[in-house]
Ligand binder design. Structure first.
Ligand code: GUN
Length: 300
């Protein structure tokens, strides 16, 4: 393999910077307005990866000086009980942001849950009102991972005007909202997905390629336009390449992009893990501050 040519986008650096800004802003809101932004995170069930994410959201909120509440509910929680918890949080004046960790157990209806969250406390940006606000360019609470990707692109590529952006994946949580954000940034946007014909050719047109499909290392080096910015949102667990470790059942996290190949061709690339992931929590806290300010009538 030749030397890597792509510049690495270290999400941890940008996430720490954002967390520092959020921490400052929380201190100012407390000092100047007596307002402490509060975030409630709800986890149903005992998925180990979700437990780690939820713990980190609580710890980071506290570290930023915010009020933090975590509701841990058993996997067999009935829909009615989950909805009751959300109604309670909607009515709680100390809570400005509500996040229900996904995926929910199969017995629960994610859409009904998202629909019940007060849109002005919907720091995940999953309520149809926020999706509509985003699509029409009104001030919205915007899903955290897509907003994190945009911060990384602005910090590295800079002005995105007129660039060709290809988003691979059309999920409500990532693919669709990031396409909207890229459009707002005056990119020419294509949303590709599992049914797209000749995906490699579509990807090769991209100055900005966002991979959010959930298929390990699917995007190959020869799908990438030389010099492109590649944002890998994928978090996929796969067996180790080393057969001894794989035989022991050990797994590791890889992205949707074949990093080894892609980093020979791209201009910028996020590692996975360590690229987009760290941004998500930082943006969640920023969204909670934004929600708190709007709810309190303080200029955002
Ligand atoms: N699970 C993985 N990512 C997310 C996210 O951004 N929000 C929620 N609610 N659940 C997730």
């Amino acid at each position: 393999m030749p030397e890597s040519t792509a510049k690495l986008i270290d999400g941890k650096v940008y996430a720490e910077r954002l967390l520092a800004r959020v921490t400052d802003e929380v201190a100012q809101l407390k000092a100047n307005h007596g307002l402490q932004p509060g975030l409630a995170v709800v986890l149903v069930g005992d998925d180990p990866a979700s437990q780690i994410y939820v713990r980190s959201k609580g710890e980071r909120s506290l570290a930023a000086g915010m009020h933090s509440v975590t509701h841990l509910l058993p996997a067999d929680t009935p829909q009615s009980e989950l909805l009751r918890v959300i109604e309670e949080l909607n009515a709680d004046p100390l809570i400005h942001g509500i996040l229900v960790q996904l995926p929910l157990p199969k017995s629960l209806d994610e859409r009904a849950v998202a629909a019940l969250i007060d849109p002005d406390k919907d720091v995940d940006g999953l309520h149809v009102i926020n999706a509509g606000r985003l699509a029409t360019g009104e001030p919205a609470l915007t899903p955290c991972t897509p907003l994190g990707c945009m911060i990384l692109l602005r910090e590295t590529v800079g002005d995105l005007t007129g660039l060709r952006a290809v988003v691979v994946g059309r999920s409500v949580l990532v693919g669709r909202p990031i396409a909207q954000l890229l459009l707002q940034a005056d990119c020419t946007v294509t949303i590709a997905h599992s049914k797209s014909r000749d995906l490699p050719a579509i990807c090769r047109e991209a100055d900005i390629l966002v991979a959010a499909v959930g298929r390990p290392r699917m995007i190959r080096g020869d799908w990438i336009k030389p010099g492109a910015a590649v944002i890998d949102v994928g978090i996929n667990r796969v067996p180790f390449d080393d057969p001894v470790k794989a035989a022991a059942g050990r797994t590791k996290v890889v992205g949707d992009v074949n990093f080894k190949e892609a980093s020979q061709v791209a201009g910028w690339i996020t590692p996975a893990p360590g690229g987009v992931g760290p941004m998500t929590v930082a943006v969640l806290l920023q969204n909670t501050v934004t929600a708190a300010k709007r709810l309190a009538g303080i200029e955002a």
